[in-house]
Ligand binder design. Structure first.
Ligand code: ADP
Ligand code: ZN
Ligand code: ZN
Length: 716
C-alpha cells in the first residue's frame, strides 16, 4: 500500500499535519510535492504531499483517498525549504507551502491544461508575401508582422483572419502551451558580449569562481561602491554557472528595479531568462513558473519571491543591494529572502553572492568579502558636506539654497531626499491643542494637500482636511512639519519652470507605471530636481546628477531601532552614489546631529570604518549578528486581552540564556490594541523552538479570545 502524508493548506494554526491518505492505483504517480485535493474535516481541501510511506499507523479502512491529483507538482526541494521556513519563522507548514506552489495552483480553471494558439508564417506564406500573390492589405500586414516577429500568440493578431490564411497554407496555427519570449531589449537580436573586465573586476570574478568551485561554499559578499560594475560581475558569474549546466536566481530589492535587471540579463542571455513578480498576471506568472520548472528557463530575475523559483541544479543565487530591508516579507511567514537564499544555496551546494555598496554587518561576518573600491568611469566619489541645522528654522540651509540656485543657472540635475511624505506631519488646534489622530491607530494623520485629505500612513484611513476643531470649534488649525509634497511645492515655486521641472517620487505616486514615468521624465530632462523619499536613493541609474541633498538626515536616527545607524549610513552613501556618475558631484547633508557617527562616516565614504565600529557596538550590546531577536506581537480589540495573552506567552517562552523584554504595550494599529515581547537570544535554534511551542500551545486559547499572535524572527 502506498501512503501519502499530506499537509492540508488550512488557514488556521490549530491544524497540525501531515495526515495520511491512501493512494488509489491511478494515483501511482504521486510524489513528494504533488498537489492533491483531499477530503478533510468534512470539506474538500487542497494539500501538498510532504512524504510517502509504505504504511500508516491508521488502519487502512479508516484512511481516506485523495479526490484528485492536480497538475504542477512542486519540486521536492522546495517542499523541504517550505518546511524549514515554517519552523524557522514560527509559522505553519500550510502557510509556508503556499509560498512555493505554482501561481494560481488549485484555482478551478487551472486544473485543465490550457493551450493557446500560436501562429507562424509558412514557406508558402513567405513566397506569397514576396512573390506578389493576391493579398488584401490586412493580410499583407499580418504576414509581414509574422515574418518580422516570429511565432505570435494568435489572439494578438485576430484568430479569424489568421484562420483564412491558414486555409490557404500561408500560415500555420498550432495549439500549444504558449510562452512569451521575454521582451527583447531594444539593443537588437544578438546577445550582448561580456565586457572586458577591469583589473579589480577580474579579481572579484576570480574570487566568485573559486568560491563556486569549492562546492559547499559559504556566502560571498561583493562590496563595491556605486558604479563599480557589480552587475557585470553578476552577469559573468551567471555565464560561468550556465556553462557548468547549473541555474541562477537573481534577486533585486523591489518590482520597480526588476525591468532594469531583466533587460541586462536578457540582453546577455536571451530567452533562458524568466521573470517572477507579483505585478504579473496570474497566467503570466504561471507560464514563467513552468518554464523554470521544465528547464526552459535557467535564470530567474525578480524581487524576494523569486527566491522560490522552481529551478533545478541551482548553482548561483545573487542578491543585489543586499542591505535593502524590502527583502523581508511582511506576511506570514515573515521570511527574509536573504536567509532563504542562503538556505537554498546550502542545500544545493550553490554559491550565495550578495552585493552592495553598504553591506549589512550580518553579511560582512557571514563569509568572505571582495571589494570593488573604484568606479568604472574612474570618477571620484562626490564630496559630501555636512550642514548643521541646529538653530535654523528655514527647511533649507543657506548653502543648500545657494547650491540649488547655482544648479538651476547651469541647468543641472539634483536629487533631494526627505524621508517623509505628505504636506505636513500633523495638525493641531491652536486654541485647545487637539491633535488630529487616526481613529484606528494611535498615530497622527498626515496632511496630503494634493489629494485634499488627511491620511493615516499605517492603516490607510482617510478623512477630509478639517477647517475647524471638533473639540472647541476654533478655526485656527496649525500645520506642523514638512514632507515631500510641500517641499516639491516650495522648490517648484522658487526654482521650477518649463525647462527646469521639479518632480516628486514617493509612495503617493501609486503604481510602478506612475513611478517609472517620473523617473523617465527626470532622465529625459536637461536639468531639474527630483524630490522624494528614500525611494530616490534606490538603485536607479541617473547618469548626470550633479547634486544630492539629504534633508533631516538624522530623522532615521530618531527611530528606536538598533539598525537606525546602519540605515542612516546606507541612505547617505546610496544617495551619494547617485550623484556625480557623469559629472563631478556634490552631496549636502542637512542634519541636527552633525556629530553622529553614521553621518560622519558616510561623509568620509568610510564604509570599513563604519562597519568596524558598528560591529563592535553590536557585539557589546549583543545585537544581531551576535544574537537573534524574535518579536511576538499580540493584538486584540481590548488592550487588556492583548496584554494578558502576551503575559501568558512570556511565562512559557523560556529558552536557555535568552533575555526577554516585555510584555510592553505598542501603539494601537488598525483598531487593535497590541502588546509585544522581544526575545534576545544567543542560541538561535532553541529560542525559535521555544517561541514556536509557546505560540502553538496557546493558539486555540488565543483564537477563542479573539487575540491574534504574530511572530517575527529577525524583525527589521
Ligand atoms: P554598480 O552596480 O556597481 O553600481 P553598475 O554595474 O551599474 O555598477 O556599473 C556601472 C556602469 O559601468 C554601467 O553602465 C556598466 O555598464 C559599466 N561597466 C561595468 N563594467 C564595465 C567594464 N568592465 N567596462 C566598461 N564599462 C563597464
Ligand atoms: Zn480645539
Ligand atoms: Zn490608522
Amino acid at each position: 500500500m502506498k501512503i501519502a502524508r499530506v499537509q492540508p493548506l488550512a488557514r488556521t494554526r490549530a491544524v497540525r499535519g501531515p495526515f495520511d491518505y491512501k493512494l488509489k492505483p491511478e494515483h501511482a504517480e504521486v510524489e513528494v510535492g504533488s498537489v492533491v485535493r483531499v477530503p478533510f474535516a468534512r470539506r474538500s481541501m487542497l494539500g501538498v504531499v510532504v512524504e510517502l510511506a509504505g504504511e500508516s499507523s491508521v488502519t487502512p479502512e479508516r484512511l481516506a483517498e485523495p479526490e484528485a491529483v492536480l497538475e504542477d507538482r512542486v519540486p521536492a526541494d522546495l517542499v523541504e525549504l517550505a518546511m524549514w521556513m515554517a519552523s524557522e519563522y514560527c509559522s505553519t507548514p500550510a502557510r509556508a507551502l503556499a509560498l512555493v506552489l505554482a501561481p494560481g495552483a488549485g484555482a478551478r480553471t487551472q486544473t485543465r491544461t490550457r493551450t493557446r494558439l500560436e501562429a507562424a508564417i509558412t514557406a508558402s506564406g513567405l513566397r506569397a508575401l514576396h512573390g506578389g500573390a493576391v493579398l488584401t492589405a490586412r493580410q499583407r500586414g499580418l504576414l509581414e508582422e509574422l515574418e518580422r516577429r516570429g511565432p505570435i500568440l494568435a489572439a494578438e493578431l485576430g484568430t479569424t483572419a489568421l484562420r483564412r490564411l491558414e486555409a490557404r497554407g500561408l500560415v500555420e496555427i498550432e495549439g500549444r502551451m504558449w510562452r512569451p519570449s521575454p521582451r527583447r531589449p531594444a539593443v537588437g537580436h544578438a546577445p550582448a558580449d561580456p565586457l572586458p573586465l577591469t583589473g579589480e573586476q577580474r579579481g572579484a570574478l576570480d574570487a566568485v569562481r573559486a568560491a563556486s568551485a569549492n562546492g559547499r561554499a559559504s556566502p560571498l559578499l561583493l562590496h563595491g561602491v556605486t558604479g563599480s560594475g557589480k552587475t557585470e560581475i553578476y552577469l559573468q558569474a551567471a555565464q560561468a554557472t550556465l556553462a557548468a549546466s547549473r541555474s541562477v536566481i537573481v534577486l533585486v530589492p523591489e518590482i520597480a528595479l526588476t525591468p532594469q535587471a531583466l533587460a541586462r540579463f536578457t540582453a546577455r542571455f536571451g530567452d533562458v531568462v524568466a521573470v517572477m513578480h507579483s505585478g504579473l498576471s496570474a497566467a503570466a506568472r504561471r507560464i514563467q513558473w513552468r518554464r523554470l520548472r521544465d528547464g526552459e528557463a535557467r535564470i530567474c530575475v525578480g524581487p524576494r519571491s523569486a527566491v522560490f523559483a522552481p529551478l533545478s541544479d541551482l548553482g548561483l543565487l545573487i542578491v543585489d543591494e543586499e542591505h535593502e530591508s524590502s527583502y523581508k516579507h511582511e506576511g506570514d511567514p515573515r521570511y527574509d529572502a536573504r536567509a532563504v537564499a542562503e538556505r537554498r544555496a546550502r542545500a544545493h551546494g550553490a554559491l550565495l553572492l550578495q552585493g552592495s555598496a553598504t553591506p549589512r554587518p550580518e553579511s560582512v561576518i557571514a563569509g568572505a568579502r571582495v571589494r570593488l573600491s573604484r568606479r568604472i568611469d574612474a570618477r571620484p566619489l562626490p564630496g559630501v558636506e555636512i550642514l548643521d541645522m541646529r538653530g535654523r528654522h528655514h527647511p533649507l540651509h543657506p548653502e543648500t539654497r545657494l547650491a540649488l540656485a547655482d544648479l538651476r543657472r547651469q541647468r543641472g540635475k539634483a536629487v533631494v531626499l526627505l524621508n517623509r511624505r505628505g504636506w505636513s506631519n500633523f495638525l493641531s488646534c491652536r486654541a485647545c491643542g487637539r491633535v488630529w489622530l487616526c481613529p484606528h491607530c494611535d498615530v497622527a494623520l498626515v496632511l496630503h494637500r494634493g489629494g485634499g485629505r488627511m491620511a493615516c500612513h499605517h492603516c490607510g484611513h482617510q478623512e477630509p482636511i478639517p477647517s475647524r476643531c471638533p473639540a472647541c470649534a476654533s478655526t485656527a488649525v496649525a500645520r506642523h512639519g514638512a514632507g515631500t509634497e510641500r517641499l516639491e511645492h516650495e522648490l517648484q515655486g522658487a526654482l521650477g519652470d518649463a525647462s527646469f521641472p521639479v518632480l516628486r517620487l514617493d509612495a503617493d505616486a501609486t503604481g510602478t507605471r506612475a513611478r517609472a514615468q517620473v523617473l523617465e521624465r527626470f532622465a529625459a530632462a536637461d536639468g531639474g530636481l527630483l524630490v522624494g523619499t528614500q525611494m530616490v536613493a534606490k538603485g536607479h541609474d541617473f547618469p548626470d546628477v550633479a547634486l544630492g541633498v539629504v534633508l533631516d538626515a538624522d530623522a532615521t536616527l530618531r527611530f528606536p531601532d538598533f539598525r537606525a545607524e546602519e540605515r542612516t549610513f546606507a541612505l547617505i552613501t546610496q544617495l551619494a552614489g547617485r550623484a556625480g556618475r557623469a559629472v563631478s558631484g556634490r552631496v549636502l547633508v542637512q542634519t541636527r546631529a552633525p556629530e553622529a557617527r553614521s553621518i560622519s562616516f558616510a561623509a568620509r565614504h568610510d564604509a570599513d570604518g563604519f562597519l568596524a565600529q558598528e560591529l563592535s557596538r553590536r557585539e557589546a550590546l549583543r545585537y544581531p549578528p551576535f544574537a537573534s531577536l524574535i518579536r511576538i506581537v499580540c493584538a486584540a480589540g481590548e488592550a487588556a486581552e492583548a496584554q494578558a495573552l502576551a503575559g501568558e506567552l512570556r511565562q512559557r517562552v523560556d529558552p536557555p540564556g535568552a533575555s526577554i523584554l516585555g510584555p510592553a504595550p505598542l501603539f494601537r494599529l488598525r483598531g487593535r490594541a497590541r502588546s509585544q515581547i522581544v526575545v534576545k537570544a544567543e542560541q538561535r535554534t532553541p529560542a525559535i523552538a521555544s517561541v514556536g511551542e509557546a505560540v502553538d500551545a496557546l493558539a486555540s486559547v488565543a483564537s477563542r479570545r479573539g487575540v491574534s499572535v504574530s511572530v517575527d524572527v529577525d524583525p527589521q
